[in-house]
Design a protein around this ligand. Structure first.
Ligand SMILES: [Zn+2]
Length: 306
């Protein structure tokens, strides 16, 4: 498993978007990821994957983890924050007590330091999107980005806060160590869906994967990009938008918003910026979809490994 120290950059009008990787190519059980999908299905579709995205075993799929750095209109913003460092995630050994600082190094390679980040957005409250929100300093979880306001899906925060105090650990403990400390520090903000963050960047509610899942839509100079969190987890769901992970809270809704997003992007030539595989434009292939392939130099930039 290797983590690139560089990431490709894509422009959407006046904004630039860099993929900031924390972990690359982590195997996940096919049965958890896409229940009902067979190993034969995986073998059949694997030829369509970009180099490095094929799993060794057809019983597994590879997921990347990280976030996106968005810069433009005077704003430096991070959308989602990977697995993090030192987080106790006993149920997910690959995420447990990590020591890697690749995420911060990749941020710096893209040209931004932790001090530069002004806004951190979480698409939803799952552990693999919140990790770098906080770091452990003198035994306390504190905000990683000292100048940032952290914008969190209000309805999901509300759901956890409504539980009894001893039941607020959240997904694998991530609310306790990666969200609650932001409110303690006074930098956590619950935001309503469909909020314009700056002109050209809007949070849009697309519940299904979780009850408060929101995407970040970037529109500038006639171009569109959507940082979509876990609306889609794997390239295979472009060909089969109906395939839905076991960990989507409302499978039917997740299916519907996935298809809606893919149709919108295919119709507008927009960019899909997913959480767990590389970004691309989306083409329509009859009733389904495909990643648009770009020139080799640009592809190399998007998938570069050391
Ligand atoms: Zn995720």
């Amino acid at each position: 498993m290797n983590t690139p120290h560089t990431s490709g950059q894509i422009s959407i009008g006046e904004f630039t978007i860099d993929r900031i990787l924390d972990m690359v190519g982590v195997p996940f059980s096919l049965n958890d990821m896409l229940p009902g999908v067979t190993e034969e299905d995986v073998c059949e579709l694997s030829g369509s994957l970009a180099p490095g995205r094929e799993s060794v075993q057809p019983s597994e799929l590879l997921l990347d983890f990280g976030g996106y750095l968005v810069r433009g209109a005077g704003l430096t913003m991070l959308v989602d924050a990977g697995i993090g460092i030192g987080k106790r995630r006993l149920e997910r050994p690959a995420w447990n007590k990590r020591t890697s600082t690749a995420f911060i190094e990749n941020l710096e390679s893209a040209g931004s330091s932790v001090e530069d980040i002004e806004v951190v957005v979480s698409t939803h409250l799952h552990a693999d999107h919140l990790g770098w929100n906080t770091v452990l300093v003198d035994g306390e979880w504190v905000p990683t980005f000292p100048r940032a306001r952290y914008l969190l899906p209000g309805s999901e925060v509300q759901e956890v806060m409504a539980r009894p105090e001893d039941d607020r650990a959240g997904h694998y403990g991530s609310f306790a160590d990666s969200v609650a400390p932001l409110f303690t520090a006074g930098v956590g903000h619950r935001i309503a869906s469909d909020t314009e963050l700056v002109p050209g960047i809007t949070m849009i509610a697309m519940p299904g994967h979780t009850s408060g899942t929101s995407v970040v839509k970037i529109e500038s100079n006639g171009q569109i990009g959507v940082i979509c969190g876990d609306i889609i987890h794997h390239e295979f769901q472009l060909v089969h938008p109906e395939w839905t992970p076991r960990f989507c809270a409302d499978g039917d809704r997740a299916r519907a918003v996935r298809r809606q997003l893919l149709e919108d992007l295919a119709d507008t030539g927009g960019y899909l910026f997913p959480a767990h595989f590389p970004p691309s434009q989306v083409d329509r292939l009859g009733p389904v979809f495909a990643q648009r392939r770009h020139d080799p130099a640009r592809d190399a930039g998007l998938n570069r490994t050391p």
